[in-house]
Design a protein around this ligand. Structure first.
Ligand SMILES: Nc1nc2c(ncn2[C@@H]2O[C@H](COP(=O)(O)OP(=O)(O)O)[C@@H](O)[C@H]2O)c(=O)[nH]1
Ligand SMILES: [Mg+2]
Length: 357
């Protein structure tokens, strides 16, 4: 996992190197005036290696933002050298969002849409958007204009520096106080548990190679942990600073209840990514600890009874010891059952292959 952000963020202006700068560069390279100097930093001049970019936009009740967003995306993609598509995923909106998307689809062949009959959540919308994307690079972004489409070329440039996922970092955020700080807390905890050193896990603006999104499965509130899922599956993840803006229309959908649901999902991520193929490592370890603690407690009580000749059947400690032993055996049994299930369901498809011939 690499975390190369901050200073490496290509400023938009940097991409427009003038011709005389380029001539100087080739001149220097040709005559090798300074062999120790690294000229490779000129990568931002390169054309994009991607053939097609799919821009996936999950949304819920964003009727006013959609049209301005569409125009801003159109403006941003003018500066990239490949084909593109915009996939709006309407998640059971109750306002006129679907109507606006349908109009955009009629006006512009690059616009596709999927509309759910009811609200399934942002993760489900992203998953379906990923499934239906045909590009070799995927961009995700929020529909409320808080993410700036002008960052799309920057994300793609970073992605082609041999990364598989580039996540946005809203270093300067335009959100209410409570949201800013709850988010800081969430990022801190997620960083701590996952061991991944990025600052903003839940930024809507991200770029992926298509292989990543076809191989990870997002449901529940798991979209918050996409960088974790990707990194633990062996993909190279990095982060760049992106511009963030205050909400212009409508209101936020992320209340405190979603915040707590998100934390429960951290356990799912840890379990499904780290232990799904080796449940005994988790349950066996917990079972062993519990069993051992119970054995020590009851061993001590046995000593009291046999050697010191004390009365132990009215001691709360006895019940704790018994409980720990039973729980330990249960953990062990769950681990064993898990191992049997894994053994029976092992499938080559679960391993992500980087290359083969
Ligand atoms: N598909 C889908 N998108 C959602 C849902 N809730 C929010 N969104 C979209 O996710 C993006 C971010 O949501 P927002 O309410 O602005 O959250 P905030 O930026 O964290 O305050 C916006 O584009 C929303 O339309 C949902 O339940 N389903
Ligand atoms: Mg928002």
């Amino acid at each position: 996992m690499e975390n190369q952000n901050k200073s490496e963020t290509p400023a938009p202006a940097e991409s427009k190197k003038n011709y005389s700068g380029r001539r100087k560069y080739y001149y220097r390279k040709k005559y090798n005036k300074n062999p120790n100097k690294d000229y490779s930093a000129k990568t931002s001049e390169q054309k994009l290696e991607f053939k097609k970019v799919s821009i996936v936009v999950p949304l819920l009740n964003e009727e006013e933002s959609l049209r301005p967003l569409f125009f801003e995306i159109k403006k941003a993609v003018k500066s990239i050298s490949c084909d593109y598509e915009i996939i709006f995923v309407d998640d059971g909106s109750t306002d006129k969002s679907l109507k606006v998307i349908k109009e955009l689809n009629k006006e512009d062949g690059k616009v596709k849409y999927i509309s759910f009959r009811k609200n399934y959540g942002k993760s489900a919308a992203l998953q379906l958007g990923f499934k239906n994307s045909t590009g070799d690079a995927i961009i995700t972004m929020d529909a409320d204009l808080q993410d700036d489409p002008a960052e799309i070329p920057n994300l793609l440039k970073k992605l082609q520096e041999d990364y598989d996922l580039v996540s946005g970092w809203k270093k300067k955020r335009y959100d209410p106080f409570i949201k800013k700080y709850s988010s800081k807390f969430f990022n801190y905890i997620t960083g701590l548990f996952s061991g991944i050193n990025i600052n903003d896990f839940n930024c809507g603006l991200k770029a992926y190679r298509s292989e990543v999104v076809k191989n990870i499965n997002v449901y529940g509130e798991l979209h918050r942990y996409i960088p974790v899922l990707a990194s633990w599956n062996g993909y190279r993840v990095t982060e760049i600073i992106v511009k963030h803006q205050a909400r212009r229309y409508g209101k936020t959908k992320f209340g405190i209840s979603r915040f707590f649901k998100g934390f429960v999902d951290l356990i799912t991520v840890v379990f499904t990514t780290r232990y799904i193929r080796r449940p005994m490592h988790l349950f066996g370890f917990l079972g062993f600890l519990s069993f051992l603690a119970g054995l020590l407690v009851n061993g001590y009580l046995t000593y009291e009874k046999l050697v010191l000749d004390r009365w132990i059947s009215n001691r709360p400690l006895l019940f704790l010891g018994i409980l720990l032993i039973i729980v330990g055996i249960q953990f062990f049994s769950v681990g064993l059952l898990g191992e049997i299930m894994v053994h029976n369901s092992l499938d080559d498809r679960e391993y992500i292959i980087k290359e083969k011939n």
